[in-house]
Ligand binder design. Sequence first.
Ligand code: M6R
Length: 604
Amino acid sequence: MCGIVGYIGNKPVKQILIDGLRELEYRGYDSAGIAVLQNHQFSLFKAVGKLVNLEEKAKNFETTGFSVGIGHTRWATHGKPTELNAHPHLGSNSYVVHNGIIENYQELKNMLVLEGVKFLSQTDTEVIVHLFEYQLKSASTPFEAFRQTLEKLEGAYAILLVNAAANDTIFFAKHGSPMILGRNHEGETLFGSSDAALIGKCHEVIYLEDGHYGYATAQTVAMYDEKNRLVDLHFVPLSENKLSAQKEGYRFFMEKEIYEQSRVLADTLMGRLRDESIYFEELDSALFVGINEIKLCACGTSYHAAMVASYLLERHSKIRVSLEIASEFRYREPFLTQDTLFVVISQSGETADTLESLKMAKKAGLKTLVICNVDNSSMVRLSDASILTRAGIEKGVASTKAFATQVCVLWMLTLYLAGERKTLETTEIKRQIQLLRTLPAMVTVDEALHEQLRRLSKRYLHGHGFFFIGRDVFFPLALEGALKLKEISYLHAEGYPSGEMKHGPIALADPGLYTIALLPQHKLYDKTKSNVEELSARDSTICSISPLDFDKSDDHIRTQKSEDYMLEFFEMMVVLQLFSMEIAVRLGNDVDMPRNLAKSVTVE
Ligand code: M6R
């Protein structure tokens, strides 16, 4: 979602803040800003749009010697993406940056307005800085005012606040949104809403827990918990290697991430495949003792991966599976029993709805497992066990390689459980392990196919909508294909089970309705084919994706003949990713940072 950085030290602060924000920009990019405090004087720069606009605005600003700075990239929740709504927000003598949502901001704002406070922005964040200054009138110290401010805030937040009177200090707090504090051998202290902003700049960090707050100066860090008890500072080492992703010659991060799926899947599989069984170093089989049901919970693309797993787990591991969209799960008062293993799936490990669902499950006494791409993320730290997907940093907002690795891990988990529960013959487990070994080859992008998709994309720009259809695991793949297209092309697209079209959506069929039909050879081919024929007969424009000829389509994308539907799944996944990307390119859209979206959704 939004990105936060903070710095206390002697180096030129502007560049440090902007470099940190650049690492976080893909998480939110509708505006950005920095505030620098030096010799009790503030300098503030804000700009709408991408970070380059902020860099341009601040290009003549330089500092020498000690300073304190905070910076922010925004994904708007309250108020439009304007300069006034961009962070940092200011009071008379203080600035704040915030990630999250202050739920009681209106109530606090009303109170402050009655006290004569003037608000400049439409954001919830601005109440924090005014409330702080209001408390400062009666508090004994700025830190005490900060503590009193936090007591009055409801909602989720990661906050950095600076005040001119406390010239060398950053006040910080975390409650529901991620915040990391780091330090280095040069005596500098930094903050980031993700460690990506700190890698290469800090050798050790603390991942703050919910309820932690405190202050940092050049000399000291003091941190407290929600009961106002001083917390021991447990720094953990942070890799000093800059792992930040580069485009490496590709036009977009998304394109690079599609092309590197072969390599990252090899990483996902590494050390986990044995001849007749799956081995997860991270898993203790005790996790599954007494478990009669698996509940899979996630959002967006990760939810689609969960849905694929719901087919595989029931089919092969013979265990009851339920699926939960995290934002629904949280408020539907679910009936939870302790024989359920609660599995969350998340690329970032920070998605607010999924994280809160995980907390609910833990509170209800369920065993928990997270399948995640980011080590040390909130979900990984919170759950009983975790399996890392090893996709590497994913920068494209439209998730690609994270999905591929999630499905791969979930397939392996299915076989692991099938082995433990003896629900599949060893020969079948062995066969599927052999299939898994071929995945890196299966997703290698065929340049000729990419070229065909590039050419084909021009015929799919002006219809009145898309239906992606498929059956079985190809239904969640259809959902994922439609989501990819929506996110980056801004065209209306739906994923549908192909057998369900005749129950209503087929009424939309005409040449302006594009049907993208997933026709795998090895899973319900004839059934799906009949459904596509029904649409073809009603003149929908059909683009079929299949290794088999299909004479009722307008366009045909031929996939390889492979021996199993899961291999067809992965090949078709690549086709859908590239197809969406090429349509978005033709429409002139920003593929990596599509409008209105952000990479990591840390608000509910
Ligand atoms: O980090 P997460 O996997 O928890 O994120 C969940 C969704 O926000 C995410 O998958 C989103 O749908 C992507 N933009 C899809 O491309």
